[in-house]
Design a protein around this ligand. Structure first.
Ligand SMILES: O=C(O)COP(=O)(O)O
Length: 212
């Protein structure tokens, strides 16, 4: 293994509280009731547009024109990207100890992904940051992961992808890349087709080389 590529939300950072706050600002502008943090945790992972759509569906239905709701969500989220967002315990120690090139491949749009990393002092770890709008397709399409690999100057066989969701798992499988599943994130339920030895539930003392 020559590099490790990480998912962001629910894998490295517990970002749902800020996403939740922004979603409720967006919903209040739309005249809707708020959603709970637990609902939002279930809505994260397929990009901000899907999250907005899922919030609106859960509170009365999806309007024909989603554009103003996306804009409202993006504005509210950009204001408070890291007010409530924290690294999962043990993440920084793992990143500090890993003596390999590292990259990010998230469905969060690239600008907020980069800003969040800057604000939490994460940017310096990553040679490549691929957001949900950095390529024409989002995960679970393999394109963003393959793009990240190529940008690292490596092949898919030389990289490990680390994520917390079925979407991440399917992305890695579609790209034919090794995968490690963090079960302490946003989708703790077992995934069909995932071998138990590919799972870990804590970042403390983690040796990622065993998943390669
Ligand atoms: O859905 C999002 O916006 C981001 O989710 P991800 O970091 O788990 O890909």
């Amino acid at each position: 293994m020559k590099a490790v590529i990480f998912d962001l939300d629910g894998t490295l950072v517990h970002s749902a509280p800020d996403i939740h706050a922004a979603a409720n600002v967006m919903l209040s502008h739309a005249g809707r009731d708020p959603v709970t943090l637990e609902q939002v945790i279930g809505f994260v992972g397929n990009g901000i547009e899907k999250l907005v759509e899922r919030c609106l569906r859960a509170t009365g239905g999806v309007p024909d024109d989603l554009t103003p709701h996306y804009a409202q969500m993006n504005r509210a989220y950009a204001r408070d990207l890291t007010t409530l967002t924290r690294l999962f315990d043990g993440v920084r120690e793992t990143l500090d100890m890993l003596d390999l090139p590292m990259a990010l491949c998230t469905n969060k749009p690239e600008i907020p992904a980069r800003d969040l990393c800057d604000q939490l002092d994460l940017t310096r770890y990553f040679d490549v940051i691929t957001g949900g709008d950095s390529t024409p397709a989002k995960k679970p399409d393999p394109l963003p992961l393959v793009h990240t690999t190529v940008a690292l100057g490596l092949t898919v066989e030389e990289c490990l992808y680390v994520g917390d969701s079925v979407t991440d798992f399917r992305t890695a499988r579609a790209a034919e890349m090794s995968f490690a599943y963090f079960t302490g994130g946003y989708q703790p339920t077992p995934v069909e087709g995932l071998r138990p030895e590919e799972c870990f539930d804590t970042w403390h003392g983690l040796d990622l080389s065993r998943y390669a």
